[in-house]
Ligand binder design. Sequence first.
Ligand code: 13P
Length: 249
Amino acid sequence: MRTPLLAGNWKMNGSVELVEAFGRAFAEAELPEGVEVAVFPPFPYLHAAQNAFADTSLLLGAQSLNPVHSGAHTGEVSGNMLCEFGVRYVLVGHSERRQLYREGDEEVFSRVLAALSVGLTPVLCVGESLEERDAGRTMEVVLRQVGFVMSRLEPEQRACVVIAYEPVWAIGTGRTATPAQAQEVMAGIRDYQASYNRELAEGLRLLYGGSMNAGNAGELLAQPDIDGGLVGGASLKVDDFLAICQSAG
Ligand SMILES: O=C(CO)COP(=O)(O)O
């Protein structure tokens, strides 16, 4: 069935020291069998992470990529460059990028394509604002974000995408979606995919993100349509992140 994925998005946090601490802790840690764990440090730490994680099962993720492969794009990083550092996953469409850097659906789609073209697995982030939830528009917003990308992909490309549902109001606020709220949206995303292709929908990996921590992870991860987590703040503390990974068993 679906392989659970626990993904730690460090955002603009961390240090070489933290990378090394994760390497040491995960080299000794016993993780549940069949669970994938990936850490997404800022770009400058990818090389250190590739070395520090060499003796662990930790996979490497990146937080963004430019849609084009090279050229006059000062300050940007391409998918090819990420691959050189052993990166496997890349976040696309995180709400912070949508809000702070004005990345709209078209932009998100071009980044998903760029990731797929170099063999990276895009983690497509979607989620509604509090205003949208209060207006009863959660499913409409989430399915628009999902559909904009997925409906433009070939079936074999769709099969390579991971989707992370992160309600914007739950990110960094300590206000987690209840397991029932998260499950309802995840099931809605899977049903929507099933309307294209049932088999693809069954294999689609769906992560929950938004104030996930060691205390609430077990209950969230026990939901039938939640296949893992995209963890922000709690992924910066090695013991907390390990505890979350262990609750995926
Ligand atoms: O945005 C997130 C992960 O991408 C979630 O962040 P928090 O876990 O800090 O709420």
